[in-house]
Structure formats: C-alpha cells, structure tokens
Design a protein. Structure first.
Length: 255
C-alpha cells in the first residue's frame, strides 16, 4: 500500500513538472530550448507520456486561450512524432473542445477535413458556423439542407463572408472590439471607450459565435467586463474596474 502511494505521488510530481515546463515553453513561444530538448527526450518516445503531453497542451488552451497560437506552433514542431503515435481520430478527440484549435490543426495539416467529416462534432451547429466554407465545398448537400432549415444561419451567412469567417475563427475568442480590448489588457483603450460611449461599468459583452471556451459558451447570460477580465487574467483592467466600483459577482471565485 505504501509503495502504491509513493508511485502515485511520483506520477503526480511528474505531471506537475511536465505542466510547468510546457507552460514555460508555450509562454516563451519556443524559446526555452533546454526544456524543449528535455520534453523531446522524455515524452515523445512513449505513447503514455505523449498522451499526457497532449492533455497538458489542451489544458493550457482551456486555461489561457490567448496562448492558442503558441500551442499550435509547438504542436506543429512535433507533428511528425504525433502522427507516429496517434490516429487522426485521437488527435481530434484531444482538442475537439476548441474549434479554433481544430481549425489550426487543419491549417498545419495534422488532420484533414475528411477526417472531421467522420467525427461526431461534424454535425454540431457550432462546427457548422466555424467551417461553413469547407462544408460548402466538401458537403454541399448538408450545407444546402442546413440553410434551408435555419433562418438563423441564413442571417449569419449574410453577415459573414468567407474572409470574415477566416479572420474570426483564428483566435477562437470573442471578436468584438470591447472583448479584444479586455483580452489585451489595454486599460487606456477601455477607459477611453467607457468615457466616449458613457458605458456602465457593469456593461455586458455581446456574445460571439466564434467564442470557443466551454465555460463562456455555457453561460446563459452575457458576461460583464470585470468577469471577462477575470477569466482572461487581464489584471490591469480587472483592478481598474474593481476600484471604479464594478459589481463583483461571487462566481468570479470559480474562474
């Protein structure tokens, strides 16, 4: 029993160490060469360890959506090793929670659109929104049938051409100007916007079809500026709104 506990603790310590090293690599955008070499030696030659690495990358995307492009850069650098150990279905499974990540995996050719057509996520409305251009090209029957039965999608398509969709799905985050200001923690731009537009400090941010975070998508109501800044870790804006008297909902402790 004692031996089992020691083994469990050792495994837990290894996971924590992996998370810390990977986060340093991702946050520095591949500049921690010593840590990268260690990851390659210890985690890319064994399927079990490799699986833990992919799970950790997915966790970073969940916790820090602004680091998505950095995570994709890292994945691209080890794409050949990933292909050796995992099927495309398994790769899609690890990252299916974030359609922007799936979009980028397509862009680096780690998966194909034909692969996605065989997965359960293919029939979701969120997937349809994200991949309208590809669906129109590769599955015209499904494309036409969906539009004939959805007034919402007709309106959406009128307001979003392929170029617009391409731009919005890259970040996988709310594309409104206010949301982008908060995401970049630009407190001066926010102060200017609040002043010019006479905005309430508890103003609620408009929802977006291109938001990919599970937590934000599941919220039944719009999220306020201070809540969004807390979620994204935009500390300067969070402090400004808090000190200015914005309402701090108790659920922020869960973010």
């Amino acid at each position: 029993m004692i031996k089992q506990k020691i083994e469990v603790n050792d495994e837990f310590d290894e996971i924590i160490e992996l998370q810390e090293k990977l986060f340093k690599i991702i946050e520095s955008n591949m500049k921690e060469e010593e840590d990268i070499d260690e990851i390659r030696q210890n985690y890319l030659t064994d399927r079990i360890y490799f699986s833990q690495l992919l799970k950790t990358l997915a966790a970073i995307i969940r916790a820090r959506p602004l680091l998505l492009s950095n995570v994709i850069d890292f994945i691209s650098s080890i794409s050949e090793q990933i292909k050796q150990f995992f099927t495309t279905s398994e790769i899609i499974f690890y990252f299916s929670f974030n359609l922007s990540a799936i979009y980028h995996l397509l862009s680096i050719q780690l998966i194909t659109f034909e692969d996605l057509m065989n997965e359960s996520i293919y029939r979701s409305i969120n997937f349809f929104v994200f991949f309208i251009p590809e669906i129109e090209t590769n599955d015209n029957f499904y494309y036409s049938n969906t539009f004939n039965n959805s007034y919402y999608m007709k309106i959406f398509r009128q307001n979003n051409n392929n170029e617009s969709i391409e731009k919005k799905r890259k970040s996988g985050m709310n594309e409104t100007r206010l949301a982008r200001i908060i995401a970049t923690d630009d407190v001066e731009a926010l102060q200017s916007m609040i002043s010019k537009e006479n905005m309430d400090l508890n103003y609620q941010i408009q929802k977006s079809d291109f938001e990919t975070n599970d937590f934000l998508k599941k919220l039944k109501t719009r999220i306020t500026m201070i809540e969004y800044s807390a979620f994204l870790g935009s500390v300067t804006i969070f402090k400004f709104l808090l000190l200015s008297g914005a309402y701090l909902h108790p659920f922020i402790a869960e973010l």
